[in-house]
Design a protein around this ligand. Structure first.
Ligand code: GRF
Length: 215
């Protein structure tokens, strides 16, 4: 069950357009399977959000192809092309603002955003992490869980703050770790949880932002 207090906090910070679903910007770096899950969910009749734009910082990210396939505006903004982090972030912010993005979803985005960036989308950026936070923050969370000998793993959707995977937890899903598990087997088990949890949380935020308009 998502934490409704955090959902409400996010909704309070969103000025949702009254006549369309919540507009989402997705930032990704890798395969983009969670972007795919969001796009698939957004086509369902009960979806209250749509993916307006996708940004990847890595030219090899499948997120760009996946967005292109769904005719969603997508941008490669490669951090290696910028001398300063602030210039890289300004470019991303410009795209998000041009598209009137109301909620930013980090779905496997492998860059840490500065406090200045976060301030531009105050309490409107969420992240997905492949562990049961606060366990195994940062990179390599799945291997860390295996190395620690954990018996349970999972994923977390949280509000982004200035720390690394430290923001308030919105929702988690868990699964067992089996003795024979290798990193790929565990990753697949965790990702199948992620593909359900992330769209569910985004839709709950969209619902809360919509209700705020109606009341
Ligand atoms: C996910 O496992 C997410 O938890 C982590 O990065 C991965 C992204 O996977 N932050 P994908 O690119 O969505 O397939």
């Amino acid at each position: 069950m998502p934490n409704q207090d955090i959902i409400k906090l996010i909704a309070q910070n969103i000025n949702k357009h009254p006549e369309r679903p919540l507009s989402i910007g997705v930032l990704a770096s890798g395969n983009g399977s969670n972007l795919q899950a969001l796009m698939d969910f957004s086509k369902k009749p009960d979806s209250l959000f749509f993916i307006k734009t996708v940004i990847a910082n890595n030219p090899d990210s499948q997120a760009l192809n996946r967005a292109h396939h769904e005719r969603i505006k997508n941008y490669l903004i490669d951090h290696r092309q910028f001398n300063k982090k602030s210039a890289f972030e300004q470019k991303i912010l410009r795209v998000l603002k041009e598209h009137e993005i109301e909620l930013v979803v980090l779905a496997g985005f492998m860059r840490v955003l500065s406090p200045n960036f976060l301030g531009q989308f105050q309490n409107r950026i969420i992240n997905l992490h492949p562990s049961l936070l606060p366990n195994h923050r940062g990179l390599d969370a799945i291997n860390k869980a295996l190395r620690a000998g954990d018996e349970v793993a999972g994923c977390t959707v949280h509000l982004v703050d200035a720390g690394l995977d430290t923001g308030p937890i919105i929702a988690q899903s868990s699964c067992p770790i089996f003795k024979h598990d290798d990193p790929l087997a565990l990753k697949q088990r965790i990702q199948s949880l992620e593909h359900k949890l992330l769209p569910h949380v985004v839709n709950q935020i969209a619902q809360a932002a919509t209700v705020k308009i109606l009341v």
